[in-house]
Design a protein around this ligand. Sequence first.
Ligand SMILES: C[S@@+](CC[C@H](N)C(=O)[O-])C[C@H]1O[C@@H](n2cnc3c(N)ncnc32)[C@H](O)[C@@H]1O
Length: 431
Amino acid sequence: MSINTRAISANIIYSVLDKQQSLSQCFEQHTNTLTASQRGQCQDFVYGVLRQYSQFNYFINQLTHTKIKPEFNLVRYLIAIGFYQIDQERVADHAAVGETVEACKQLNFSGFSSLVNALLRSYQREQQSLNEKLNAAPAQITSAHPDWLLKRLKTAYPKGWKKIIKQNLAKPPFWIRINQRKQTTDDFIQKLTAAEIPFTQDNKQAETLLLDNAVSVDTLPDFFEGSCSVQDAAAQQAARLLGAMDGEKILDACAAPGGKTAHILEMANVECDALDIDEKRLNRVSQTMQRLNLNCNILQGDASKNDWWDGQQYDRILLDAPCSATGVIRRHPDILYLRKDSDIKALSELQQEILKNMWSLLKPGGVLLYATCSILPDENKKQITQFLNSQQDAKLDPIFSSENIEDPGWQILPGSQNMDGFYYARLIKQS
Ligand SMILES: C[S@@+](CC[C@H](N)C(=O)[O-])C[C@H]1O[C@@H](n2cnc3c(N)ncnc32)[C@H](O)[C@@H]1O
């Protein structure tokens, strides 16, 4: 049977929405035998639909008189993929309909072919009036965000929450980091130009480029020889803010898959321990190190405990803490469906526990950089304020010279200068 990327995509959406599986994991499982172009197509369908699923589902419910039963949710997801394709206008509408009907047959739901056909054609005709109806629907549907998250965003950002939601549902930008150990930025730019990959150079950071479009990594010049890495511009701030210097001993406390560890090692000659609790994810750190020809000590362990530690304190620690990932929803739309309000309290407690333990591993005079890809104050400014209040020898090392008294750190919101949502706070351990 020929590969049908719509059928595969519907199955991935089913794994996320019905089986509550993590998108990155099930995407890998379902697509690891596909070609790069087939994977790219699945990525477009799955991520595109999940970002807008509550809206597509609303349209389906508006257009059908008989409810599609939960056991036929795969059909529902195929219809959503069809709607998404019609919205994207990259293929002729009749082709979007034909291909979706074909996928329906391939999933053994031939009995639904005429319903699928009818719904997609109605969607083409009634798109405008459906969108008008959607505008009057409850915020949970129009924003695609769960109530608990909307509430938290409105409280934290009374003026900016709508902009955040818009960013969370947008396609993310494609940033890369040029490995300065391999070549200069100018050399890499020449190769990129020769490969006809359009980009813009970040005017502040020489090693950071923003590509005009997302590309498959195998089209990036010398990617497998370590020329560059795909990493958001906000994540690229970590190694710079940590400021590691030659000869220092560094700990990257929650390191997998190793993007920030690699950047630290590209910037300075240091001895770096890369710690993570998740053994499988640590394999990805090894792969990253191998591809970029870098070295670190890979350690498996729990950062809230010390049983993995050799007893030698660190000059600098990067704590890229486990978090709600609410700053990177546009890259991980499954967060909208899998994350629960109660997770935030549990995560905040874990973050404080890890932070306290990391502090004991830091040399007097050492620097700890706390980072999350969250935009929720409970995981960020409240966390750092609580720590500074309870830890006598902890002093804030402000990231910007003009200290923001409201927030001891740097809260980057999604979309700000095209970056993901991130938080950074830098602390010094007083002697
Ligand atoms: C935000 S991700 C880290 C991303 C990574 N720093 C990078 O830039 O590639 C958080 C990591 O924390 C790890 N983690 C979660 N709880 C942990 C714990 N108690 N100790 C150590 N690592 C933990 C997770 O396995 C996950 O890999």
